[in-house]
Structure formats: structure tokens, C-alpha cells
Design a protein around this ligand. Structure first.
Ligand SMILES: Cc1cc2nc3c(=O)[nH]c(=O)nc-3n(C[C@H](O)[C@H](O)[C@H](O)COP(=O)(O)OP(=O)(O)OC[C@H]3O[C@@H](n4cnc5c(N)ncnc54)[C@H](O)[C@@H]3O)c2cc1C
Length: 394
């Protein structure tokens, strides 16, 4: 493992840094804060995404043919580090970019790649991921949404749940059962479903944060052209596993912003008072911050280990579970620690004029979901135990 960066990589970092500093979106104005809605944040995210795409920064390691930069994974990582340094968002269509895009590159026909990839990267077509169902979350081999092949179309019936951004999505990467007689893992397929198809109903689910980011989707005799099959018929389990590996890598990378959250905590500890003194002077606070710093550094080096194997051309393996597990748990503990520093201010919404900057209430309420989304902590531990440490199945 090489911890250093080459002169070319450092030059790339400087280029990224200058571009981001010159083009970063302005902070929310007081007026915008007061009328803060999901739609307003989405529109801001879209404008930022377009700027990133046009600047050539939306898919750094994606092939140029599909609108990417054609650079290596290391440039992608450097870009992520610089984005986190300025605490900037990644843009929109994140699931399309970290999950469907890589799955299409791995499993898609040339026709499918040409049809979808560029529009994903531009965020011209938004994608959602239809995996979970009321009876299939951690155990996705239990998926029951059915797709019956009738001539040149599949006919869909069933329900998905917790589908992030389904209400904004143009397409869904949907996992369905196409063979009810085969063993559970051998009867699944992956379909690319147009969300405007007749028979698709999306119902929003409101979360504790007040946002309605995810949804239920119902399919009733929805027809999907056979050409929208991604990967082999009844071979959807392999597509699913690789899509989830890409998701874990993506979550590990986007939450690779632990250093940034730590920097924000340090700033908060300087700004808030504890027993009449700046909280940063309190021994217990300092010890906790130091502990977070140690864990964030360990996480970074573990991430480099996994990065090294991917730079050697290996696909993301089960070790991606380590990044997902550590990144989400650490971020969750750091965000919760902010309540100790904020005291009563932890209760204030971002729109309040007295709220310290950082949208802490939203983050405190929302952080519980980090260790559920993308596979729960218990499931990641099973993966690490069985597939990394080769322990016997429990
Ligand atoms: C913010 C958010 C966004 C999401 N977005 C999407 C999305 O876009 N698309 C999508 O398809 N899904 C999405 N999900 C759903 C998510 O993938 C599931 O919630 C998750 O996989 C867990 O499944 P479940 O909720 O059915 O819980 P269950 O699988 O029922 O698990 C319940 C509990 O049992 C534990 N458990 C289950 N199996 C085991 C085991 N074998 N060993 C030990 N413990 C176990 C779990 O850890 C958990 O604590 C999202 C979830 C969240 C929170």
C-alpha cells in the first residue's frame, strides 16, 4: 500500500480544489432557510449537479464515452476528499450513479449502456432501487414481486418498500421473481422499469425528520419490455450482489467524510459553552474528540486497503462491508455526540434563527437510518464474519 500521492495526483487535487472553491454553491440564504422544503433542496441539488457535470466532475472514473472523465479511481477518491473538505454535497441521482450505473457497465448490453448511462450521469433521468419488500429486507432472496414473461413483455405484480427517491425517479432498477419453482436464489431477475408505465403507483412514506425521501411502490399488471432485462433471466441474484457491493463502496466513500464531520464537531465545541467555558476546553470533550480522530484515521487507512485492491483491477469484494459498517457507525456516534455540545440548541430546526449552523437536528434524527440503509450493521457483521474472516455460518 502506498500512502503518498504522485505529483500528477497532487496537481489534480489542486485543480479540483480551485474549481470547487470558485464554483461551490452559495450557502442557503436566510430567506431560503425559512421556506426550506424537500423541493427547494432538490432544485438546489440539481443545479449543483448540472454544474458538476458540465465541469467534468460528475463521473470521474466513468468512461468518457458516457460523459465521465475517464480518470482512475484514485482521482475519484481525491475528488471526494476535496468535496468533503469544503463540506459540499455530491449532487443528485446518487443511487443511479453508485448502483445502477456500475451494474449497467458490468451486466448491460451495449444498447442498454448507450441508452441509459449518460442520462444517469447528467441526472437527466433519476433512478431508484427496488430491492426491499415488506417481507424481504435483509434476506433479499425472499423477494416475492413477480414478473411473468408473456411474449416479449414481463408483467409485474407486487410491492416494494423504502424506495428512496421513487417519487422523483424516472426509472427503477427492480429485482423480481421470474421463477417460482427454482431455489430462492435462482429465480430472481433484474429489470429496468420506466416509472411512468401504467400500473405503477408510488406512495410516499414520511420519516421522523419530516422529509418524505422514501416510498412504497405498487405494481399492478405493469408491462415491461423484455429488452429491459438486465443480466441473465433468472440470474438476477448475481446482478443483485454486485449492485449491493457497489452500493457499499459508494456509501463508504460518500460517508468517507468522517474527517469533515469531525472538523465540524471541533468547530461546534469551540462555539458552544459547557459550564461557562468553551466546550473545547473540557477534558471529557477533548478525549472524545481525540477518540473520534483515531477512529476516523483507522477508517481512512482501512479504506486505502480496499482501494489498493481495486486499483489492482479487482472488483469490490466483501471487505466493502467493513467500510460501510465503520463509516456509518462512526458517523452516527459523532452526530449523536453533537447533542452533548448543543444542549437545548439540539432541538432547534435549521430554519430557526438561533440554530447553530450545521442542520444538526436533521442529522441527529436522520442518523439512525445510516446503520439500516444499504444493509444493517448485523448483516454487515455476518458478511465480514463469513466472507472476510471465513468463520463458520452462525
Ligand atoms: C434511509 C433508508 C433508505 C433506504 N432506501 C432503500 C432503497 O432505495 N431501496 C430499497 O430497496 N431499500 C431501501 N431501504 C431498505 C433497507 O435496505 C432495509 O431496511 C434493510 O436492508 C433492512 O431490511 P428490513 O428493514 O426489512 O429489516 P429486517 O431484514 O426485517 O431486519 C430487522 C432486524 O433483524 C436483523 N437481522 C435480520 N437478518 C439478520 C441476520 N441474518 N442476522 C442477524 N440479524 C439480522 C436486522 O439487523 C434488523 O435489526 C432503505 C432503508 C433506509 C433506512
Amino acid at each position: 500500500m502506498d500512502f503518498g500521492y504522485t505529483p500528477e495526483q497532487e496537481a489534480f487535487r489542486n485543480e479540483v480544489r480551485s474549481w470547487l472553491e470558485a464554483n461551490q454553491p452559495p450557502p442557503l440564504s436566510r430567506e431560503e432557510k425559512q421556506r426550506l422544503t424537500d423541493d427547494l433542496l432538490w432544485e438546489r441539488g440539481k443545479a449543483w449537479h448540472t454544474k458538476l457535470y458540465e465541469g467534468g466532475w460528475a463521473g470521474i472514473s466513468w468512461p468518457k464515452k458516457y460523459g465521465g472523465r475517464g480518470a482512475s479511481l484514485i482521482e475519484q477518491v481525491i475528488f471526494g476528499q476535496e468535496l468533503a473538505r469544503l463540506n459540499l454535497p455530491v449532487g443528485i441521482n446518487v443511487l443511479g450513479i453508485i448502483m445502477t450505473g456500475p451494474a449497467l457497465m458490468q451486466w448491460g448490453t451495449e444498447q442498454q449502456k448507450d441508452r441509459y448511462l449518460n442520462k444517469i450521469l447528467r441526472a437527466e433521468e433519476i433512478w431508484c432501487e427496488g430491492l426491499s419488500e415488506p417481507g424481504a429486507g435483509s434476506d433479499l432472496s425472499s423477494i416475492q414481486t413477480r414478473a411473468d414473461l408473456q411474449g416479449d413483455h414481463f408483467v409485474l405484480n407486487g410491492q416494494k418498500i423504502w424506495t428512496t427517491h421513487a417519487h422523483r425517479a424516472h426509472f427503477c432498477q427492480l429485482f423480481v421473481r421470474t421463477d417460482f419453482h427454482a431455489p430462492k436464489h435462482k429465480g430472481l431477475s433484474c429489470l429496468l422499469v420506466d416509472m411512468k408505465s401504467p400500473g405503477v403507483t408510488v406512495k410516499p412514506l414520511r420519516q421522523i425528520t419530516g422529509e418524505a425521501e422514501f416510498n412504497e411502490i405498487f405494481f399492478e399488471d405493469t408491462r415491461v419490455p423484455r429488452e429491459n432485462l438486465l443480466g441473465p433471466l433468472n440470474g438476477g441474484w448475481q446482478v443483485l450482489i454486485s449492485t449491493l457491493m457497489h452500493e457499499r463502496v459508494g456509501i463508504g466513500e460518500t460517508l468517507g467524510a468522517s474527517q469533515q464531520t469531525l472538523a465540524e464537531l471541533v468547530e461546534l465545541a469551540k462555539a458552544m459553552e459547557l459550564e461557562g467555558r468553551p466546550a473545547i476546553e473540557d477534558t471529557a470533550v477533548r478525549q472524545q474528540l481525540a477518540q473520534f480522530a483515531i477512529e476516523a484515521a483507522a477508517k481512512k487507512y482501512n479504506g486505502m486497503r480496499s482501494l489498493t485492491s481495486r486499483l489492482k483491477g479487482l472488483p469490490p469484494g466483501p471487505e466493502a462491508s467493513i467500510s460501510k459498517l465503520v463509516a456509518t457507525e462512526l458517523t452516527q456516534r459523532m452526530v449523536k455526540f453533537a447533542t452533548n455540545l448543543l444542549g437545548q440548541y439540539a432541538l432547534l430546526e435549521q430554519r430557526s434563527a438561533l440554530a447553530p449552523s450545521g442542520a444538526w437536528l436533521l442529522r441527529i434524527l436522520g442518523c439512525e437510518s445510516l446503520t439500516i440503509a444499504g444493509g444493517t450493521t448485523a448483516v454487515q457483521k455476518n458478511m465480514i464474519g463469513e466472507r472476510v474472516l471465513q468463520l463458520p455460518r452462525g
